[in-house]
Write a protein that binds this ligand. Structure first.
Ligand SMILES: N[C@@H](CCC(=O)N[C@@H](CS)C(=O)NCC(=O)O)C(=O)O
Length: 204
């Protein structure tokens, strides 16, 4: 299997952490892929018309996307029920919490693109603030969870680590650690976990 990825991508990081946790990383070749907003990439668009990464390309050529679906695929490959529950109310809670994190990451990426990819003079600050606020409210939601520190290292915990890591990487002055000490404790407790450590974004 091949995984298209970029070292800075929080979505690709989620899949990498999942693959390591599931013991499947050795079966996956990481293929560094550049996707730049505003620039065509016809070759990659044939793999994913949305031009987003990551995509898992199976040995038979089938493409699996997006990051959550790839994690679900890998989880099933590893026997099932390891990073997300197979059934019952917990499954739907985990999927919903993951959707919230996915939206938070989408909003943070839009902020990043708005700030750094959009031409100077065309920035829409109200839109940027709105999207940043969505991510921030999501962080507040997870910080309030009484089970934060005791939850399993599942697809939600993995995605939360990736969202916090992305905030550190792209918005180092945003102050999430002081605003949400519970999340700071959560991130510190997991910082030395091998899958988390090895997948950390490169130095900015
Ligand atoms: N929902 C997708 C989101 C993936 C995504 O937005 N990836 C970013 C990289 S971190 C990307 O490919 N951006 C390029 C673009 O949108 O042009 C997933 O979970 O895989």
């Amino acid at each position: 299997m091949k995984l298209t990825f970029a070292p800075a991508s929080p979505f690709a990081r989620k899949v990498r952490i999942a693959a390591i946790e599931l013991g499947l990383i050795d079966q996956i070749e990481l293929v560094a892929t550049a996707v730049v907003p505003g620039q065509a990439n016809e070759e990659y668009s044939r793999i994913n018309p949305l031009k987003k990464l990551p995509v898992l390309i199976l040995d038979n050529g089938d493409a699996i996307l997006d990051s959550y679906v790839v994690v679900e695929y890998l989880d099933e490959l590893a026997g099932g029920g390891k990073l997300l529950p197979l059934s019952g109310p917990t499954r739907w809670r985990v999927k919903s919490e993951h959707s919230m994190l996915q939206g938070m990451l989408d909003s943070m990426l839009l902020c990043r693109y708005e700030k750094f990819a959009r031409p100077e003079g065309t920035h829409w600050n109200a839109w940027l603030d709105d999207h940043w606020n969505r991510a921030w409210c999501g962080f507040a939601h997870f910080a309030r969870q009484p089970t934060l520190m005791s939850r399993p290292f599942d697809v939600v915990a993995i995605s939360l680590i990736c969202a916090l890591g992305y905030a550190d990487y792209r918005f180092p002055d945003c102050g999430w650690r002081s605003a949400f000490p519970e999340l700071n404790e959560f991130a510190r407790a997991l910082a030395d976990r091998p899958s988390v450590k090895v997948s950390a974004p490169p130095a900015p």
